[in-house]
Design a protein around this ligand. Structure first.
Ligand code: PMP
Length: 944
């Protein structure tokens, strides 16, 4: 057999047989126990065993399928008398397991019988499937995977010892049974294997029909073997090596609808998932406007689809669609604006209403959301009568009375001819609709089926009919999924075809969106090249909700990057404050208005009493720019001392003091009036360790710079520093740093500027402002990002002395700074921080997360340092000898994104993961972050 495969010159690596000097492929030896042994020498295939590969991603699963398919293919013209044998591990001979059923407990028995009974039912079909000699043992210790830790592929499958002449499809069933054992969603993991296999060895429809049960039967053999072994040799654990995993998979597999698995396998081979789909479509096309029968009493001229997609401006803020009254109001308003219009549609629309915990499932890469709607909605008043679209029979009716479920629901079966039947589902009806129904009741086309329900009875929705066509009930009886995850869209849209087909109308087709590729190309054409996009496959985020960002498929990402959305993305109260004021007045500050004063006063309450004057601007850069002008006005000097790898903004002067930029790519180095002092990094900087002296040692460099400036005949204007250095890699300033540095600056007549653009507004937990951690009072504080929760707003706070020096006669005019809308927003942000106790939350959850990270650090030496305060944390990754683990950090950030958690990378060596989430980030979010981080830290690229 090996020689046969060898002769085929396989496209995969193959363990070639090595001949002895005399040209033999095997020979015999007598071993120490006087037994005759046959010996042969095989070529070594470098690589690792499948069982040690982590993660096993879809590309790897696909390549497993490809290699299995190629081996099956190469064995097509091979046979051998010994291949036809009675062999326990042969799926075709599995009925031997029946007599051992009593080795199992009742629950296990039930599971095994579920599969063995199906296997018996399919026996004659199974016997007719094509046969060949198959490898029959692609288990996880026989699969050799390449040593590439990021993009591994399957090199080959070894150990031909279980080969047998049997149904060819068994080869694939065996590979799936072992490869998908540890996945939360084993069916999804099986699909790339099927696709890869089909590419090299095209599968037949009748094989795909039985694949689901054959995978299970291989597992039945495996658990039966283990049970027998357990009795015979209880101490030999090797014999039960995959028992636990096999049981876990059997139980998960049993919960998968066999029909759904069958359709999924078909889709994986490029076939129409549901075989009757085309038949249904042909029939539907011949029927014309049959759906008009649904509402014969409603008169309308046009049909319009309300946009309820993720980006929907009609739904607006999440608070309004979560509140049924507001949601209903918006639909009513749309109807009032569009008389003579039937509001209908939503087939395959991804909707934010489903991107919630009730619709969350555990996918193979973190959570997935069943956000795609697979029925069609008709938004009509409660009590509108609903009629049958064609003859049928009521097969079920029930009140699915759970919040956001269907409420009263009816399912009707329509038998068209011998080959075609389908079902229609009517959801969100009134309770009254179910009163006089009977299972089996015949319904004629045009009969009234029921009435649209109101929100108290319909699952808490604005009144509407959810109408869905179903080609296969998949074992469901009185309820049926009305939504699916994006990954399953192809299958579910085949099980539930577009009701629009029966509507004969173009207008309900989905709302068009621009593809990612087009958007990227247009960006390249119309936006500056120096603007970057995050991630190699950029995200298309269309909605924000507190600590979450939601993409166009309804997938939620936990945002640990965005300290701008300080009190939460699109916080309803902030949105309302802005919208309300914007509807009334937005103008500049040359008129009297209360908002700006109220806001300035509230802001001052958070600051030390010395800082009592505010200038409002529109960005952090502008704030720092103004701060430097003020410092110059106050000191008559231009020279500024700033920190190594500091960043203070994008304007000319800000870049001039940002070593992160002028020392980085495209930078032209330090300008004459800028003086850079070392980053006070006690982990890897010039002075290390948390000693009382460390801060002073770093601060002595400020003194040195002042002396240098003086020597050149000039004086110091300002010293600027962030209170925790963000771009530097979340560097917490060592104790006494600012205190000592500020003293030197003040002595030299300079101004101390605290850049709080990143860290301010309660983020550091223990204090409202970062500089307070250092027990200092700056002369100027600049603020931005969080102050407007995403609205372009920023501010400069300073002492009256500095403000007076700045007011030298030249008017300071700022078109937008401090306008009534910005001020209303800023005021609301301050109110929320206080009332929702967000600073306290940053402290408690931040500390919880930090201690969780420090716990991980004990187990993973890659975590060199965990630092920060509150919700401004950093994890520095290092190899032995503190070598920055730059590639690994980027790998972790990308893998976290794959699992639905957004994290950013920073630090001069790009080896620090930054955590600075919206301040509503909670303990559950922290637990998720820790869970996935630990999972990823165990992956081969990190751990090996
Ligand atoms: N200062 C710091 C510390 C910053 O991080 C930033 C922005 N990343 C700025 C100033 C500039 O703010 P903006 O982008 O709003 O101009």
């Amino acid at each position: 057999m090996l020689l046969h495969v060898q002769s085929k010159k396989p496209g995969i690596k193959f363990p070639r047989l090595i001949q002895t000097l005399s040209g033999q492929y095997s020979f015999t030896v007598i071993d120490s126990e006087n037994q005759t042994r046959s010996v042969r020498l095989l070529e070594w295939i470098p690589g690792r065993l499948w069982s040690s590969v982590n993660p096993q991603n879809n590309e790897l699963l696909y390549s497993l399928g490809e290699v299995c398919g190629e081996i099956t293919n190469m064995l097509q013209d091979f046979n051998h008398p010994k291949a036809t044998r009675v062999f326990d591990w042969d799926i075709a001979k599995a009925s031997w397991t029946d007599k051992y059923i009593n080795l199992f407990n009742p629950e296990e028995k039930e599971c095994l019988l579920f599969f063995t009974n199906q296997y018996k039912i399919f026996q004659s079909q199974y016997n007719q499937l094509r046969k060949s000699v198959i490898h029959n043992d692609a288990n996880d210790n026989n699969i050799i995977v390449s040593n590439d830790l990021i993009n591994p592929v399957v090199e080959t499958i070894i150990d031909y010892g279980d080969a047998a002449f049997s149904q060819t499809i068994n080869d694939l069933a065996v590979a799936i049974a072992y490869a998908v054992m540890d996945y939360p969603d084993p069916l999804s993991a099986a699909l790339p294997i099927v696709s890869g296999y089909h590419k090299n060895f095209p599968l037949r429809e009748e094989e795909l029909e039985l694949l689901y049960v054959l995978v299970a039967i291989r597992l039945v053999i495996s658990v039966t073997k283990s049970a027998i072994n357990k009795e015979k040799e209880p101490l030999n654990t090797y014999l039960q090596v995959s028992d636990k995993q096999a049981w876990a998979l059997l139980n998960k597999w049993k919960n998968i609808s066999p029909a759904l698995a069958h359709y999924s396998f078909r889709a994986a081979c490029g076939l129409t998932p549901v075989p009757q789909e085309n038949l249904f479509k042909e029939w539907a096309a011949s029927q014309g406007m049959i759906i008009d029968n649904l509402f014969p009493l409603i008169k309308f001229k046009v049909i319009k689809q309300p946009d309820l997609s993720i980006r929907s401006l009609l739904l607006g803020n999440f608070s309004s669609y979560k509140n049924t009254t507001e949601f209903s109001y918006k639909i009513d308003q749309l109807q009032a604006d569009n008389p003579d219009t039937l509001l209908a549609g939503g087939y395959l629309e991804a909707r934010p209403v489903y991107s919630t915990a009730s619709f969350k499932i555990e996918g193979n890469n973190g959570p997935e959301y069943r956000a795609h709607h697979i029925g069609m909605d008709f938004w009509l008043e409660a009590n509108t009568p609903v009629h049958a679209i064609c003859d049928g029979e009521i097969i079920s009716y029930a009140d699915n009375a759970v919040d956001k479920d269907y409420g009263p629901t009816i399912i009707i079966k329509h038998s068209i001819n011998n080959e075609l039947s389908f079902y229609t589902l009517y959801g969100h009806l009134s309770k009254e609709s179910l009163v006089s129904l009977k299972k089996g009741m015949k319904i004629k086309k045009g009969d009234r089926v029921g009435f649209i329900g109101n929100k108290t009875e319909n699952g808490n929705w604005p009144p509407h009919l959810h109408f869905q066509i179903i080609l296969d009930l998949l074992g469901y009886e009185t309820n049926f999924p009305g939504v699916c995850s994006p990954a399953q869209l192809a299958i579910w849209s085949s099980v539930c075809p577009d009701p629009g087909m029966l509507l004969n109308s173009q207008e309900v087709s989905s709302i068009k969106t621009v593809s990612d590729t087009d958007l990227i190309n247009e960006r390249k054409k119309h936006l500056g090249k120096s603007l970057s996009l995050s991630y190699s496959k950029p995200l298309k985020i269309l909605r924000g909700e507190m600590q979450w960002l939601i993409d166009e498929t309804g997938r939620r990402y936990l945002d640990t990057v965005n300290n701008v959305a300080h009190v939460g993305h699109e916080h309803p109260a902030v949105v309302r404050a802005g919208q309300q004021q914007m509807a009334v007045l937005n103008t500049n500050t040359r008129y009297l208005h209360e908002n700006i004063i109220a806001f300035a006063k509230e802001l001052c309450k958070t600051l030390p009493k010395e800082l009592s004057v505010i200038h409002f601007v529109n960005s952090g850069s502008e704030a720092n720019e103004l701060a430097m002008r003020m410092a110059t006005a106050f000191t008559n000097q231009k020279d500024i001392i700033a920190l190594e790898v500091g960043y203070h903004g994008n304007t000319g002067r800000c870049i001039d003091i940002s070593s992160y930029k002028f020392d980085g790519k495209g930078g032209k180095g330090k300008p004459e009036h800028t003086h850079i002092v070392p980053l006070p990094d006690s982990f890897r900087g010039k002075y290390r360790g948390d000693y009382a002296e460390t801060g002073k040692q770093y601060a002595s460099h400020v003194k040195n710079k002042i002396e240098e400036i003086k020597k050149s005949g000039r004086g110091l204007s300002a010293f600027i520093a962030e209170s925790i250095v963000s771009c530097g890699g979340q560097i917490v300033l060592p104790d006494n740093y600012l205190k000592t540095a500020y003293a030197f600056v003040k002595e030299a007549g300079g101004v101390c500027i605290a850049d709080e653009v990143q860290v301010g507004f309660g983020r550091v937990g223990k204090k409202f402002w970062g500089f307070e951690l250092q027990d200092v009072v700056p002369d100027i504080v600049t603020m931005g990002k969080p102050i407007g929760n995403g609205h372009p707003l920023a501010a400069v706070a300073c002492t009256p002395e500095i403000a007076n020096a700045f007011a030298n006669g030249m008017e300071y005019f700022n078109t937008f700074g401090g306008n009534p809308v910005s001020s209303a927003i800023g005021l609301e942000v301050l109110r929320i921080i206080k009332e929702d106790k967000l600073q306290e939350n940053a402290l408690s959850v931040g500390e919880y997360l930090k201690s969780g990270l420090r716990e991980l650090q004990k187990h993973f030496p890659l975590i060199g340092d965990v630092r920060g305060e509150g919700f401004f944390l950093g994890i520095e990754f290092v190899e032995k000898g503190k070598i920055p683990a730059t590639d690994k950090t980027s790998y972790i950030a990308n893998r976290m994104k794959t699992h639905g958690i957004l994290m950013s990378v920073d630090g001069p060596q790009k080896n620090v993961l930054k955590i600075k989430p919206p301040m509503c980030f909670n303990k559950e979010n922290a637990n998720d972050l820790l869970y996935y981080l630990e999972k990823i830290l165990r992956e081969n690229f990190i751990a090996d």
